[in-house]
Ligand binder design. Structure first.
Ligand code: HSE
Length: 285
C-alpha cells in the first residue's frame, strides 16, 4: 500500500491563462493505492457524492491506465470538486505518484506530468497541465506546450471558495476566441511582471501581474459577488485579486501579515452578495 498527500493548486493567476500554476500548501487530497488485478475506486471526503467511482469516468482511472498500474485506489477528498482549486488535478497527481511508487515504475515527477494530464482530459476534455504540473512539482510552474519550468517562491495567498460550483467545461465556453492586440500586449506585460514577482517572492509584483483583460472579465461574471470580493480584498491589503483556475474560487496575493484580514474581508464580500464562502489562508508550497 502507498499513501500520498496531493495539494490543491491554482492555475492561470490571471495573466497566465493555461500557462501559470502554483501549488498551495492547503487544502489537499489523500490518495491510497493497493495492487489489484483491475482498477477499482473509492471516494470519500468533501464533495465525494459528486465524483464517479467508475474508473472510466474518474480521473484516477485514466492515470492508472496510462501507467499500466491497476489498483484499488482510495481518494479522500480535501479539495472540493468544481472549486477552481485543481480538485481533479490533485487526485490525478496523487494517483500518479502513488502508483509510480507502488509498481516501482521509476518515473521522475516531471515524467509523470503527461500521465496525470490524461486524468484532466477526462474532466475538462483537454489534457492541460497547468494544475497537474504544480501538484506534482510544487512551487510556481510555467507550462509552454510540452515544456514545464518551475521555480520555488515564497508568496502568501488567500483562496476564497464560495458555495457555487462551476465546471471547467462551462468556464472554458465563455473564454473569448479573439483578442485586441492592445489587450494582448497588456497581458504579456502582466504575465512577465508576475513571473519576475514569483522569482523575487515579491507580493507587489505578483499582485500587479494578476491584472488581465482577456479571460478574467468573462469568467468573473459567472461568480456571484466577484466584484464585491475583489474590492473587499484590495481594501484589506491584498496586492492583487483574480479568479482561481476556472473559478469559482477567488485568489488574492498579499503580505503574510495581511492574510487573516484579507481572508475575513473576502468571506464578508461573498456574504454581502448572499453567498456562503470559506477562505484558505495559504502560501505557495
Ligand atoms: N487553465 C484551465 C482553465 C485550468 O482556466 O480553464 C482549469 O482547471
Amino acid at each position: 500500500m502507498r499513501t500520498v498527500r496531493a495539494p490543491a493548486t491554482s492555475a492561470n493567476l490571471g495573466s497566465g491563462f493555461d500557462v501559470f500554476g502554483v501549488a498551495l500548501d492547503r487544502p489537499a487530497d489523500v490518495i491510497r493505492v493497493e495492487k489489484a488485478s483491475r482498477t477499482t475506486i473509492e471516494v470519500t471526503g468533501v464533495g465525494s457524492q459528486y465524483i464517479p467511482e467508475d474508473p472510466e469516468k474518474n480521473v484516477v482511472g485514466a492515470v492508472a491506465e496510462a501507467l499500466d498500474a491497476p489498483a484499488h485506489i482510495q481518494i479522500d477528498k480535501g479539495v472540493r470538486p468544481s472549486s477552481g482549486l485543481g480538485s481533479s488535478a490533485a487526485s490525478a497527481a496523487g494517483a500518479a505518484l502513488a502508483l509510480n511508487a507502488l509498481y516501482d515504475r521509476g518515473y521522475s515527477r516531471s515524467e509523470l506530468v503527461p500521465a496525470a494530464a490524461e486524468g484532466e482530459a477526462v474532466v475538462s476534455g483537454e489534457a492541460h497541465v497547468d494544475n497537474v504540473a504544480p501538484a506534482l512539482l510544487g512551487g510556481f510552474t510555467v507550462a509552454r506546450e510540452d515544456e514545464v519550468t518551475t521555480v520555488d517562491t515564497d508568496i502568501s495567498l488567500v483562496a476564497c471558495l464560495p458555495e457555487i460550483a462551476i465546471s471547467t467545461r462551462d468556464a472554458r465556453r465563455v473564454v473569448p476566441t479573439r483578442a485586441d492586440m492592445e489587450d494582448v500586449v497588456h497581458t504579456v506585460g502582466s504575465a512577465a511582471t508576475l513571473a519576475v514577482g514569483m522569482c523575487r517572492s515579491d507580493p507587489e509584483l505578483v499582485g500587479r501581474g494578476m491584472d488581465e483583460r482577456l479571460v478574467t472579465p468573462a469568467r468573473s461574471e459567472l461568480i456571484t459577488g466577484y466584484e464585491n470580493v475583489r474590492t473587499a480584498a484590495l481594501d484589506a491589503g491584498a496586492t492583487g485579486v483574480t479568479v482561481s483556475g476556472a473559478g469559482p474560487s477567488v485568489l488574492a496575493a498579499c503580505y503574510p501579515d495581511d492574510r487573516r484580514q484579507v481572508a475575513a474581508a473576502m468571506v464578508d464580500g461573498f456574504d454581502d452578495a448572499g453567498v456562503e464562502a470559506r477562505a484558505y489562508q495559504t502560501r505557495v508550497g
